[in-house]
Structure formats: C-alpha cells, structure tokens
Design a binder for this molecule. Structure first.
Ligand code: GLY
Length: 311
C-alpha cells in the first residue's frame, strides 16, 4: 500500500505574521514523518516523529512553549491510537514531560490501561525510561509574557497576539496498511489546573479505525467533546456517503475524505456554535481537512511525494 501522512498545527485566527512559521513547522513535521514512511518504516514511528517536531516548536500549543495554565505552568495532554486494534495510549495534565507523545506511545505499548494522568502518568514515564524535565524547561518567553499580561489584566486573546498557537496532530498509514492517529496539546491558556480538553480523549480529539480512517481534531475542547468530533468524522467516513440534505454535499467533485471532514465540522459548528477543525486520512490514505476558523495550519504528502502545506 502507498503510505500517507497528514499533520496539523491548529485551527485559529492565525495572524499574517505567523503564517510562514506555521507552514514551515508543518513542513518540518512532514519531513520527519515522511523520512520514515518513505523508507518502509511504521506509521507509529512516523507520527511520533512528526508530533515531536511540532511539540518542540514553540509556534504550536504542545510541548515546549505551550499555553500556561492559571498557575503559570505548562500542562500537556496527548494521545496516539492504533486503527487496527482500536487501542489508544493517552496521558493528561503532564507538567514535566518534554514530549508528551512519547509517553502516550509508551502507554499504548506497555501499559495495561489506556489513559494515565498527572503524577501517576509521570511515575509511569519514569519507569519507562522517560526523563522528567523541570517545569521551567517547557515555558517559552512569549508565553510567560502573555501569561503575565493575563494575570495583571484578565485572560484575553490580545495578550497572545503574534504567537497564536494551536493543538497539533498527525495521521499516518504505512506500506503495510497500518493506520495511526495522534494529537498533542497544551490546552487552553489560563485554564484551571487539572482541566482536560478533548485532545487526549478517545473519540473526541483523536480516533483511528483501520476499517474507515483516522482523525485528529483542533479547536475548543469543551465543544469538541460535546459532539465526540473525531469519532463522528470516522463514522462519516465509514458511511462513505454524506447526508443528501447536508449543505456540504453539493461541493462539486470534492473527495469523500474532504466531504466527511466538512460534514463533521459543519455538524460541530451547528450543534455547538464553537470553532475548530480536523484533519483525516480515509482507509485508502486520501487526505481530508476542514475548519470553521479563519485559518488552520496543516500539511500532507501528495500522491507525487510533494509536501503540500497551507495556513
Ligand atoms: N483542543 C485543545 C483543547 O481544548 O484542549
């Protein structure tokens, strides 16, 4: 089977000055993942490599440089899901893990449970050989400055102007047909400590079913959870038909993957009045994406091997 890869760096009102950084961040993530997939490597290795690149880039809200919580700490969530077994590895409210996706993978592969949080998750990480970092290692200067402004005033999007960030995600299929999806986030800025959004929740921020496809979501977590957005999108892929009365059904020769993405985001917007987006691969590796924000950072590998990135 031909491998496939799609990544995203969040759906937001990304300002013009951040567009190039978001595009080059997605491009670097594609390069990391594709260098594995194009040599016959596994989808799991590829999405882990792609997400690590995105987590390490402070342009995005994951890992280093993620939004700070009310107490001024980074608190991350991540998930990776195997489309063949429907098993996920997820971790939430991590404060001392540099690359949360690495812990999610360890949970997927070596833990009897599918999700661990907080101190228990960090204890499992240590037992699996993942070193804990210092709290301050994850805090970028820009996020610290934004958090201080929010503290002096009230939390406001303007305080983050110029370095808006989004959740990151990836979906990959390898030459053996294995399908994995993953999502990683720092959540919302100034969130209450202990808040968990959609991202690490199976079916909400991420879902993968090899019979239908894989999805990673971005946007306002409390709303995404209401419609179980990732599973909803996978169900639409499974149906392989979009409701005839859907406003997105008359979109010319749009692929089934794109129609499923658009239908899911349409349903999300209609039922929650919130904003967000998603990327997906159908089971054949066709990419799809949709968002109802002004912009979303995303990238995928075209059939000729070219990297397509956009914001
Ligand atoms: N979608 C990321 C979050 O709300 O946590």
């Amino acid at each position: 089977m031909k491998p496939a890869l799609i990544v995203h760096g969040g759906a937001w009102d990304i300002p013009d000055e951040a567009v190039e950084a978001c595009k080059s961040g997605c491009n670097a993530a594609l390069a990391a993942g594709w260098s594995i997939l194009s040599c016959g490597g596994s989808a799991l290795d590829a999405i882990e490599a792609a997400i690590i690149v995105l987590e390490d880039n402070p342009v995005f809200d994951a890992g280093y440089g993620a939004h700070l919580n009310f107490d001024g700490r980074v608190e991350c969530d991540a998930i990776v899901m195997n489309g063949a077994t429907l098993r996920a590895g997820a971790a939430a409210t991590l404060q001392r893990i540099k690359n949360p996706i690495q812990l999610a993978r360890k949970i997927l592969e070596h833990c009897p449970h599918m999700m661990l949080v907080a101190e228990g998750a960090e204890r499992f990480a240590k037992a699996q050989g993942i070193q804990l970092c210092k709290l301050e290692d994850l805090v970028s200067e820009a996020e610290w400055a934004a958090w201080q402004k929010c503290k002096e005033d009230t939390h406001a999007a303007e305080h983050h102007r110029g370095h808006e960030q989004g959740t990151v995600g990836a979906v990959a299929i390898d030459a053996n047909g294995s399908l994995f999806a993953a999502t990683s986030t720092g959540g919302t800025c100034c969130k209450l400590p202990g808040r968990v959004g959609d991202s690490p929740l199976i079916g909400c921020g991420c879902y993968a079913d090899a019979e239908a496809g894989g999805v990673s979501c971005t946007g306002y977590g409390e709303a995404i959870m209401k419609v179980v957005l990732a599973k909803t999108a996978v169900d639409l892929l499974r149906q392989r038909a979009i409701c005839v009365d859907s406003p997105v059904a008359s979109s010319g020769d749009t692929s089934t993957a794109d129609l499923a993405a658009r239908e899911a985001v349409h349903l999300f917007a209609k039922r929650t009045h919130a904003t967000g987006g998603l990327i997906l691969l159908d089971r054949a590796g066709n990419p799809g994406f949709a968002f109802n924000t002004p912009r979303m950072a995303y990238g995928y590998v075209a059939p000729d091997g070219a990297f397509i990135t956009s914001v």
